[in-house]
Design a binder for this molecule. Structure first.
Ligand SMILES: [Fe+2]
Length: 243
């Protein structure tokens, strides 16, 4: 499996603080059947608080450690970019490849606030698409506004955005509200990708298999596998997205 959304690098955001914790998360991922991970540290304001060299250096270091430990896992670069209108009036995405998945300048993981949906969301999706980027919208099942009106995501998907939900929402690790919302999205065939959004070895681990089992029972094994194999591979490799 490929996990496209994780906070697995040490000392860079609200993910692990120690390299040992990163390594422990990697061991958990390997045991779960994950072979590739995209590290997506939070970026609050474009490049203001993300040092590209630092991210790439941490990834190199972690990949080297994985080799030394004999773990069959590779980490790739990415970012979780805070959704704001700076994305509209700047060429920052064209100039800075680290903000896109695997530096491919094709897919961009946007970060939504949990309490609200920014009014410019549709405008941003439209603009990004017209610039040749495909936006990935993570964990909208955890957004309070979407939870009250999940129909909003239908429009985003129609506009060509990719819907990524969190594995722990599907298995009910948060609470009943995101669970109900994510099940609605799944039943309505709106979900493209399941990712872990891992932050730690214990509370937020990189585990996808439990969610895949739930989705397999709901929608069939083929549909579930697309969400952790085929679709993440297209995103990682910068290929055109097809369902
Ligand atoms: Fe995240």
């Amino acid at each position: 499996m490929i996990d496209i959304h994780t906070h697995i690098l040490p000392m860079i955001d609200d993910g692990p603080t120690l390299i040992q914790e990163s390594l422990e998360m990697c061991r958990i991922a390997v045991n779960d059947g994950i072979k590739k991970i995209i590290a997506t540290p939070h970026v609050q304001n474009g490049m203001d608080d993300l040092d590209e060299n630092k991210v790439l250096e941490k990834i190199r270091m972690l990949n080297q450690l994985l080799k030394q430990e004999g773990l069959d896992l590779v980490i790739f670069p990415g970012a979780e970019v805070h959704l704001n209108d700076r994305l509209l009036d700047t060429d920052i995405l064209r100039e800075s490849s680290i903000l896109t998945i695997n530096e491919g300048k094709k897919y961009i993981l946007l970060e939504f606030p949990f309490q609200s949906v920014p009014p410019e969301t549709e405008q941003i999706i439209f603009k990004l698409k017209s610039m040749g980027f495909t936006p990935i919208l993570p964990h909208l099942e955890r957004n309070y506004r979407i939870q009250r009106n999940p129909n909003m995501v239908v429009r985003y998907v129609e506009m060509g955005a990719i819907l990524q939900v969190t594995a722990q929402s599907i298995v009910g690790d948060f609470d009943a509200v995101p669970l109900k919302c994510v099940l609605w999205m799944l039943i309505n065939n709106l979900v493209h990708v399941i990712a872990s959004d891992a932050h730690s070895p214990i509370a937020r681990p990189p585990i996808l298999s439990k969610a895949v089992k739930v989705v397999s029972e709901m929608l069939g094994e083929e549909a579930a596998k697309k969400m952790v194999f085929d679709h993440p591979r297209m995103i990682l490799e910068g290929l055109p997205f097809s369902t």
